[in-house]
Unconditional design. Structure first.
Length: 94
């Protein structure tokens, strides 16, 4: 698990939008989100197997909460992953 640590409260992560999340996020107005887009979130509760409750921060200004979100090292919709450092996305794509 990158960055080499277990999840902890208050850490900023990326949530990969799934169909359910896109529907909820788009109902808020503002930016429209598509499946597989990433959105920043904060870990607010820990569960077993690295699953977490997340508070997401969409561009609309309101927050939205998702419970028991599983971890994924990839971009699987409906999961969270660690944020990439600047330049990591370009390196992974190359």
């Amino acid at each position: 698990m990158n960055p080499g640590t277990a999840p902890s409260l208050g850490r900023i992560v990326h949530y990969t939008v799934d169909t359910q999340a896109a529907t909820k996020l788009n109902a808020l107005g503002g930016k429209r989100y598509n499946v597989s887009e990433k959105i920043p979130g904060m870990i607010v509760r820990l569960h077993e197997n690295n699953a977490c409750n997340l508070t997401l921060f969409p561009d609309a200004g309101d927050t939205i909460h998702f419970s028991n979100v599983p971890y994924s090292a990839g971009n699987q919709p409906g999961t969270w992953t660690w944020t990439e450092r600047s330049g990591e996305q370009q390196e992974a794509a190359a």
